[in-house]
Design a binder for this molecule. Structure first.
Ligand code: HEM
Length: 319
């Protein structure tokens, strides 16, 4: 089955750490002489939980009846992560990018919805099968060959990524498209973006070299001590003819951008504040609330099964 093949191929590549998130990505690093493959990542195993709240704009309500766009304020539990299945991957390296940002809106006792993003606009495949083919090309050491005939994989693999000053100085993108439905029953297909209110700031090579291997995590409490980390949530609205069922097709930058609200994160959430392992948090790509639906993007269904199975494995693992 596809979702098991995806998970098992990742684990074949990077080792079996059943108690952590075995996500996906693989980065190929370019050097000046030739493009060489360096298989480094597969999961968002390394991460940190943070908490805060979300305040919507009036424009958000015009687009969707979702409860977190209606309530004056909604608490959130979010997680920043490195793209790797290797639990101790250092954060002072571009190989740990694109970073992940998963945000859970805690709407009510039994109601929640998540937005799961990454810090790149590129994704290597349009379907679960294509993503599996990318994983397998890494396993077989044929990723460079694969990338030659697969432009989306090439863009993702060869992107020149920078490391941010902290998790609050980079943007994050949902890649997949979702359908908003408003009170009049009108719908719009959108992709989410989190835009840092402090602007995007990246480290120079010398600044990066001066950083310790855990700096993104070690420095986060100090960042919060100076003030909250805030992001604008923005919907990029698909225009006529924009492809919604292929997340590798990037929509033009002149598409309408609607500001949906502001997220303010105040603190790192300690281990002791999180649920025990058997109930550990598993983010869900299916919105599960009124006013937001999956689009026709096939990656959403593939991800949903993969995350559910992967999350259950983590909950059941013996550490
Ligand atoms: C077919 C495509 C994909 C596969 C096979 C895949 C696989 C996975 C797996 C196995 C996990 C760990 C889940 C868990 O144990 O809770 C994960 C987590 C994650 N994925 Fe993906 N993923 C895919 C697409 C994407 C996309 C398009 C994005 C970004 C837009 C993304 C961002 C993330 C993030 C941020 C996490 C960490 C969530 C957390 O902090 O718990 N993934 N992915």
């Amino acid at each position: 089955m596809l979702h098991l093949d995806l998970i098992n191929t990742l684990k074949d590549l990077f080792g079996r750490f059943d108690h952590v998130r075995p996500c996906k990505f693989i980065l190929i690093q370019a050097d000046s002489v030739r493009l060489m493959t360096q298989l480094l990542q597969i999961a968002h195993a390394r991460g940190v939980f943070v908490s805060g709240s979300f305040i919507p704009t009036n424009e958000a309500k015009q687009l969707s009846t979702a409860p977190h766009f209606d309530a004056p304020s909604t608490p959130v539990l979010a997680r920043f992560s490195l793209f790797t299945g290797i639990p101790d991957l250092p954060s002072n390296t571009p190989q740990a990018t694109p970073h992940g940002f998963a945000v859970r809106f805690l709407i009510g006792e039994d109601t929640k919805t998540d937005i799961i993003c990454q810090s790149s606009i590129f994704f290597p495949g349009a379907t679960g099968e294509e993503v599996l083919a990318v994983f397998r090309s890494f396993k077989d050491n044929t990723a460079e060959e694969y990338a030659k005939d697969h432009p989306a994989a090439a863009s993702f693999i060869h992107e020149d990524r920078q490391v941010p000053k902290n998790f609050g100085t980079e943007s994050f993108y949902s890649i997949n498209a979702f359908k908003f439905v408003n009170a009049s029953g009108e719908s719009a297909v959108i992709r989410y973006r989190w835009i840092p209110l402090s602007g995007k700031h990246y480290l120079t090579q010398s600044e990066l070299e001066a950083k310790g291997p855990n700096f993104l995590f070690d420095e986060l409490p100090g960042v919060f001590a100076q003030g909250p980390i805030s992001f604008k949530l923005v919907a990029q609205v698909a225009g006529d003819g924009d492809v919604t069922n292929d997340c590798t097709k990037i929509w033009p930058e002149d598409r309408k951008l609607v500001e949906l609200g502001t997220l303010t994160l105040n603190k790192v959430v300690g281990e002791e504040e999180l649920p025990p392992q058997k109930e550990t948090i598993v983010y869900n790509v299916f919105p599960g609330v009124q006013g937001v639906e999956p689009s026709d993007d096939p990656i959403i269904a593939a991800r949903a099964q993969v995350y559910q199975t992967s999350g259950q494995t983590r909950r059941d693992a013996k550490v």
